[in-house]
Ligand binder design. Structure first.
Ligand code: GAR
Length: 214
């Protein structure tokens, strides 16, 4: 699982964090792990420009050009194959994937979700955390399953919810942790130190210590 394809829909700051960590930690030289392509479902995603600026191949599979989800996803799969991707990393990819897509990559699709799952699946997580009055919030990286934001959890990072927080302030605090957690989780999965076996996450003590961030 060394050839990573990143799927984005917008800004791409998580993609950038993964790329920069991979360069700094020399993933390609040490483990043979490479980001082989970035795909966006939106032609105007800012993350595409960053990818191009560092020489990573990009593609757009524009969901608006398809009549249904499955035909969109068939082309997505074709593009991932064209990049020879074997680990699919969702980084702010805002399309719900069907069981058809999920089946193509068993245990090989990761997502980052800006909340401590199983709390607050879905959208507007920071607003909902503030409304609920939780004092600890955060981010989760998980394997993607058929259930939206419901796959097995790989790692989590927590942040405090502070007096005077707005959704934007909280989002910013969480995002800093996303940029630490996601590269770490991706590397451990790519090296198969963390794996999905018969529906359950397997990892050693050292990996689990790296994937619980306070
Ligand atoms: C991130 O906060 C990510 O956790 C969230 O979108 C943002 C994308 O930012 N993902 C989801 O909400 C997935 N449902 P980025 O484009 O700068 O990485």
């Amino acid at each position: 699982m060394k050839n990573i394809v990143v799927l984005i829909s917008g800004r791409g700051s998580n993609f950038k964090a993964v790329y920069e960590t991979s360069a700094k930690e020399k993933w390609a030289e040490i483990w043979g792990i490479r980001i082989v392509g970035v795909i966006s479902n939106r032609p105007d995603a800012a993350g595409l420009e960053f990818a191009q600026s560092v020489g990573i191949p990009t593609a757009v599979v524009d969901h608006k050009k398809y009549e249904d989800r499955e035909s969109f996803e068939r082309d997505l799969v074709k593009q991932i194959e064209a990049f020879r991707g074997d680990l699919v990393v969702l980084a702010g990819f805002m399309r719900v994937l069907t069981p058809y897509f999920v089946r193509q990559y068993p245990g090989r699709i990761l997502n980052i979700h800006p909340a401590l799952l199983p709390s607050f699946p879905g959208l507007h997580t920071h607003e909902r955390a503030l409304e609920a009055g939780v004092r600890i919030h955060g981010v989760t990286v998980h394997f993607v399953s058929d259930v939206l934001d419901g796959g097995e959890i790989i790692g989590q990072a927590a942040v405090p919810v502070l007096a005077g927080d707005t959704p934007d302030k909280l989002a910013e605090r969480v995002l800093k942790k996303e940029h630490i957690l996601y590269p770490r989780a991706i590397r451990l999965v790519a090296c198969q130190k963390v794996r999905l076996e018969e529906g359950t996450v397997k990892m050693d003590l050292e990996s689990s210590e790296q994937l619980a961030i306070f």
